[in-house]
Design a protein around this ligand. Structure first.
Ligand code: SF4
Length: 341
């Protein structure tokens, strides 16, 4: 971590906060699962602590909306997360900003799109997208920890979760613990996050709603080794991205990608790469301040990828078992991270 923060003090504070949580006092455990190792570790943490599986909900906020992996994300991610949930007999809910990343990025004098989510009743509900200001994006989110400028994280994940929590009746008159997988080790910005706090959807003081929602960043003070260790203990096969060499399972063409990542995408996933490069040309604004994705890829070295894993990552159907009897650390473990800060 290249942060100028007193990590020791932050982690001591985190440990203090964790001691104040009554982990078993909630009706619902809403786990935001991207498919990355940190989010899976949240679920394993709950299982380790004996939280009943019928109370645990797996929520996947699909970056590309209805069409998984059609632009920025890994096509296989939704199916992988669903297979993980199914393996443990957990409820699985998908939610997304309609039209996903691409529609949000192409907004021109228009409102942000509504959010769609799987309801408990088995239908897909659509909410939001009717109020706010007309505005124009037509450029990639900026590579910064400022979420106003890095609009993909709030528009496609944070606000999606809030809209769902505010619109599903089961979260009223009940206690919900939202678990998210940010870790202090990842960046200076993440190191400053609280381990435990009220969620933005909390309305515990409203006599009408009594919607009690806390957020627990359960792995905030875990080093990467602890995350891999719990994955190994449960024999969980990591997302194919790690097997290909990615250190973080963010979007396949995450704006934070480094030169080797861009070189790997260009080599093995040329359609995805060319789409990103095409929009850079169309907007006349690059993701990186100075270099196009092609120039970044020219400076990098592609990872040595197994063609079978490339095909799996590029598929919308995850077929292998979630359990990996012959568990081993994937190629991407302990590599220098490049993903959201
Ligand atoms: S993984 Fe990267 S590109 Fe995808 S939503 Fe997060 S910051 Fe944006």
């Amino acid at each position: 971590m290249n942060a100028v923060v007193d990590l020791g003090a932050l982690l001591t504070e985190a440990a203090r906060e964790e001691q104040t949580i009554d982990l078993h006092s909630y009706d619902h455990y809403y786990v935001a699962v991207s498919g990355g190792k940190d989010s899976l570790a949240l679920v394993l943490y709950l299982l380790d602590h004996g939280v009943p599986t019928e109370k645990i909900e797996i929520h996947h906020h699909s970056i590309d909306g209805e069409n998984e992996g059609s632009f920025m994300d890994w096509p296989v991610t939704n199916s992988y997360v669903e297979a993980f949930a199914r393996h443990f007999g957990l409820k699985f809910f998908k939610s997304y900003r309609m039209g996903g990343f691409e529609r949000e990025m192409l907004r021109e004098n228009s409102l942000t799109a509504p959010v769609a989510f799987d309801s408990e009743a088995g239908t897909v509900k659509v909410r939001g997208g009717k109020r706010g200001e007309l505005s124009t994006r037509r450029k990639y989110p900026q590579v910064t920890s400022d979420l106003q400028k890095r609009y993909c994280s709030p528009a496609l994940k944070i606000d999606v979760a809030k809209i769902m929590l505010c619109n599903e009746p089961r979260f009223r008159n009940s206690r919900t613990l939202v678990l998210t997988g940010e870790r202090a080790e990842e960046s200076a910005s993440r190191a400053t996050y609280r381990k435990f706090e009220r969620h933005r959807a909390d309305k515990r003081d409203s006599p009408k709603l009594r919607r009690h929602v806390d957020v627990l960043r359960a792995v905030h003070d875990w080093p990467e080794a602890m995350v891999w260790d719990i994955m190994r203990r449960y024999r969980i096969r990591p997302h194919p991205a790690y097997q290909l060499g990615w250190s973080r399972c963010s979007c396949r063409t995450c704006i934070f990608g480094d030169k080797d990542q861009w070189a790997t995408v260009r080599e093995y996933f040329p359609l995805a790469f060319n789409k990103v490069a095409g929009y850079e040309r169309e907007f006349g604004v690059t993701i990186h301040r100075k270099l196009t994705v092609n120039q970044q890829a020219d400076l990098g070295t592609p990872y040595d990828c197994d063609p079978e894993i490339v095909a799996l990552a590029n598929s919308t159907v995850y077929t292998p078992s979630i359990i990996w009897e012959d568990w081993q650390l994937p190629a991407g473990a302990f590599r220098n991270g490049c993903g959201p800060t």
